[in-house]
Design a protein around this ligand. Structure first.
Ligand code: TXA
Ligand code: MG
Length: 356
């Protein structure tokens, strides 16, 4: 299949420019488009065959459910059997935006979209192009991140092209995304809203709106209890694994820098291609290895924004050993560390301490 590639200037486009993309969606095809979090791979969520094509294009396990994207609250009523009060409050506070909520599904939502589950994940994106594509097509868009399964989520259209060219109908290039990490997923089917995937909207932010919000044990205890089955099926797969071996080095800043310097030098001496994930504040401190800046420690949003692109860059550079500085787990740091540790397959060193 030939993949059409259309550049959209976000400052100068009209709905007419999205006519072809909208038609492809209606005919059951696949269109990649930017959202405020990462690029999504969209299909008509209520056409089971269309949703199934997404799994084939990504090489995604068929039990990993898709998020359905909408533009208004009435759309939610069409998809969710029941919308609890807490979900309405969360929607009012964070929609449109990077929050996904899990509801009991209406029968109209096919199992091909929900990975066989009786629940459906719904998100109302804020990105203008995502919203216009939903409106122009007149459909709800099932859309996972538009990467090949096992690759980092795409934050640029070129990432989508690298992974899915020839496998999907169209790519809408709307430039770089804003946030760079996928949405927060929260299950609102139980007594207490429970975070299944940490993201830009943090536990603290939601607690301010609805009081109690829990974090799924699987996220908190991922390192401790390997047998605990996560409720978000997607969380059990080893995501974003770079081709090289990634190790996160945690601890006090000076100790981290010393340890990464030592490991990098050791690797280079052994003839390996070594990559270092550093920050603006620390990049000048590493004499050996290919040093790349993920963002600034003073601005954790910049770190979130840089994470997936840097993992892809080290794949392109064919880094065999990659060492990353660790980050604090407060606020957005929880989502950053969740993605980084997944990419590392939980290989963590505490500088000056033991390997865990
Ligand atoms: O920011 C995002 O959420 C992006 C953009 C494109 O919107 N999408 C995205 O989709 O990250 P995906 O498919 O890569 O991740 C969806 C996550 C997976 O971990 C999946 O298991 C979980 O949401 N999920 C989806 N439906 C669910 C359900 N019914 N119950 C529990 N978890 C669900
Ligand atoms: Mg994904």
């Amino acid at each position: 299949m030939k993949t059409k590639y259309q550049v959209i200037d976000l400052n100068h486009y009209t709905e007419a420019d999205l006519a072809e993309a909208g038609r492809i969606i209606c005919e059951g095809g696949l269109v990649a488009f930017p959202t405020e979090t990462v690029y999504g791979l969209g299909a008509d969520a209520l056409q089971e065959e269309a949703a199934r094509k997404i799994y084939a294009a990504k090489g995604r396990p068929s039990d990993n459910p898709l998020i359905v994207h909408i533009t208004k609250m009435e759309d939610l009523e069409a998809l969710a059997e029941e919308v609890p009060e807490c979900a309405r409050k969360l929607a009012e506070a964070f929609w449109p935006g990077p929050l996904t909520m899990v509801f009991p599904k209406k029968p109209a939502v096919p199992y091909g979209t929900t990975g066989g589950l009786d629940t459906v994940a719904v998100r109302m994106p804020s990105h203008p192009l995502a919203r216009d594509l939903i409106r122009v097509s007149g459909r709800f868009l099932a859309a996972p991140s538009a990467n090949a399964s096992g690759r980092p989520s795409p934050t640029r259209a070129s990432h989508v092209k690298d992974d899915l060219d020839g496998r999907i109908d169209m790519i809408l290039d709307g430039g770089e995304v804003n946030i760079g990490l996928e949405s927060t997923v929260v299950d609102v089917t139980g007594e207490v809203p429970t975070i299944l995937r940490p993201g830009y909207v943090t536990q603290e932010m939601m607690q301010r709106v609805v009081g109690r919000v829990e974090i799924d044990r699987a996220i908190l205890e991922e390192n401790v209890d390997r047998h605990f089955v996560p409720k978000a099926p997607g969380m059990k797969y080893r995501h974003y694994a770079p081709k090289g071996s990634l190790t996160v080095v945690e601890g006090e800043e000076e100790a981290v820098i010393r340890e990464i310097c030592r490991l990098a030098e050791e690797g280079v001496k052994a003839g390996k291609r070594v990559g270092i994930i550093a920050t603006e504040e620390t990049a000048g401190r590493y004499p050996a290895g290919m040093v790349r800046v993920i963002g600034s420690r003073a601005d954790e949003e910049s770190v979130a924004h840089g994470l997936f692109a840097i993992l892809r860059e080290f794949d392109d550079l064919e880094a065999q050993l990659i060492y990353s500085e660790g980050f604090g787990e407060q606020g957005l740091g929880r989502a950053i560390m969740n993605r980084l540790l997944k990419a590392a397959g939980h290989q963590v060193i505490t500088a000056g301490g033991e390997k865990v």
